[in-house]
Write a protein that binds this ligand. Structure first.
Ligand code: NAP
Length: 436
């Protein structure tokens, strides 16, 4: 019986699904001890700090993560940053394999003039802000103007736009942190534009998210019906249509046909619009878009432009991984081949491996593929010295017991208000909840 020790870095979906795949790979010949390291004192990665608060069903996957964590071969080391508190070499020398599940947390830049004006932010800041991430809770998001523009045609852009455009009373029963909830309640934003640079048919939104839009009770959704028909015609002219494009176009048709109620709050989709410049007098005042057209399936700049006056711009155009000391990154991801970091016992799963794509469940198959590679590569187990020896006694580790205390305290704080939880957003207070 071989007993292997595996370190996983990052307690998000990729990390927990990797632990689960390792647990499932145990048999009479091999067992695993799994240590999961997390920089934050809170767990579940994007399930806690990415998924929009008005989508609570998606968060129920956390139950799976807690089941994985309850197994006797699992240890949690929260409030430990690899590359700062513990070097990557300390992991690679002690563990049989190290799996980096550290995600992508830096928003890609538009690279246009005015992008750094106050009032222009990245979804990589706005999303963790409205989700109570301790590093972003103190951001001052200005919602005093009436119009916001969200750039990008993916599900993150959709989440940002919806959070700005829905009636904040819809957030009252959710786990939106108190500071963000009160900001949304006093927000003056009434019109939110979402701009995609290509055609309706090219948008990266997924059909379930589109189909949910007309269900918003207090917000009208606008899309030019002619643009939807034109996209339909273009797609039909090509011939073979991908299944997701068919469902998306059907969802767009329903959105276009859905009766508008004259709500004060509205979301409007603009396609074939490339952001060229953000203009203003020391702060965001308008976004200038170049107008595109599609010819022979190609997106072409017409040379014409239009602008949308606004006070807030959120760019949601993708993410790249944040650097970690001792790990080599290339093009925004950890340099890897199918999850193997060649020449090392390091592996990677999730957005750190493949870039910011797929839904939470995608990480499950990704994790199991990479665990199969680890199984192929494993040799004699290392005689390891417990990593605990490297952590000073003065450093508070959030182990599974401490995390359970934080989790339980948040859930019980939410009960009187009928909320799933009230998130604690101060790092110091989270650490003290972990002690109680
Ligand atoms: P995404 O799906 O890749 O969408 C990025 C969007 O940004 C695309 O429309 C892209 O347009 C656009 N873009 C990129 N560079 C641009 C530029 N310079 N100027 C203008 N537009 C630009 O990424 P995401 O929205 O960040 O989402 C990441 C992943 O998380 C996706 O797989 C998504 O489905 C998933 N997610 C899922 C949910 C959910 O299931 N509810 C919620 C949130 C996120 P082009 O196509 O033209 O490049």
């Amino acid at each position: 019986m071989a007993h292997y020790s595996i370190a996983i870095v990052g307690a998000g979906p990729a990390g927990y699904f990797t632990a689960q795949a390792l647990q499932n790979a145990q048999n009479e010949d091999r067992i695993f001890s799994i240590d999961l390291f997390e920089r934050l004192p809170t767990m579940w990665g994007l399930v806690r700090s990415g998924v929009a608060p008005d989508h609570p069903k998606i968060k129920t996957v956390a139950k799976v993560f807690e089941k994985v964590a309850a197994e006797p071969n699992f240890r949690l080391f929260g409030n430990i940053e690899i590359g700062r508190d513990i070097d990557i070499e300390d992991l690679t020398s002690r563990y049989d394999a190290v799996v980096m599940c550290t995600g992508s947390s830096i928003g890609k830049k538009l690279g246009i003039p005015g992008e750094d004006f106050p009032g222009s932010i990245s979804a990589a800041e706005f999303v963790p802000w409205y989700n109570g991430h301790p590093d972003y809770a103190r951001l001052d998001i200005d919602l005093s103007g009436t119009t916001a523009v969200v750039i990008g045609a993916g599900n993150v852009a959709m989440d940002c736009a919806r959070m700005l455009a829905l009636n904040p009373s819809e957030l009252d029963p959710t786990d939106t942190p108190e500071y963000a909830l009160s900001k949304f309640h006093s927000s003056n934003i009434r019109k939110v534009y979402i701009a995609g640079r290509r055609g309706v048919e090219h948008a990266a939104f997924t059909a379930p998210e589109l189909r949910d839009l007309p269900k918003l009770e207090h917000t009208d959704i606008h899309i030019d019906a002619d643009q939807v028909s034109a996209a339909h015609a273009r797609v039909e002219a090509i011939g073979e249509i991908e299944k997701h494009t068919v469902s998306n176009l059907e969802a767009w048709r329903l959105i276009a046909e859905h009766p508008k109620s004259g709500h004060e709050r509205a979301m409007e989709f603009r396609f074939l619009s490339t952001p060229k410049e953000i203009k203003g007098n020391g702060k965001v005042e308008e976004v200038v878009f170049g107008i595109n057209k599609i010819e022979n399936g190609k997106v072409i700049d017409t040379g014409e432009s239009y602008s949308i006056p606004c006070s807030l711009v959120i760019s949601a155009i993708g993410y790249q991984a944040a650097p970690i000391n001792g790990v080599y990154f290339h093009n925004g991801i950890i340099e890897n081949e199918a999850g193997r970091v060649l020449g090392t016992n390091i592996y990677t799963v999730g957005w750190a491996k493949r870039g910011p794509s797929g839904v939470i469940g995608t990480n499950k198959s990704d994790a199991s593929d990479v665990v199969n590679l680890i199984l192929e590569d494993l040799k004699e187990p290392k005689a390891t010295m417990d990593i605990q020896m490297l952590i000073p006694e003065s450093h508070q580790v959030i182990d599974q017991g401490s995390w359970s205390k934080i989790n339980a305290a948040e859930i019980s704080a939410g009960e009187p208000a009928g909320k799933p939880r009230i998130k604690e957003v101060s790092w110091t207070k989270l650490l003290s909840l972990g002690l109680n």
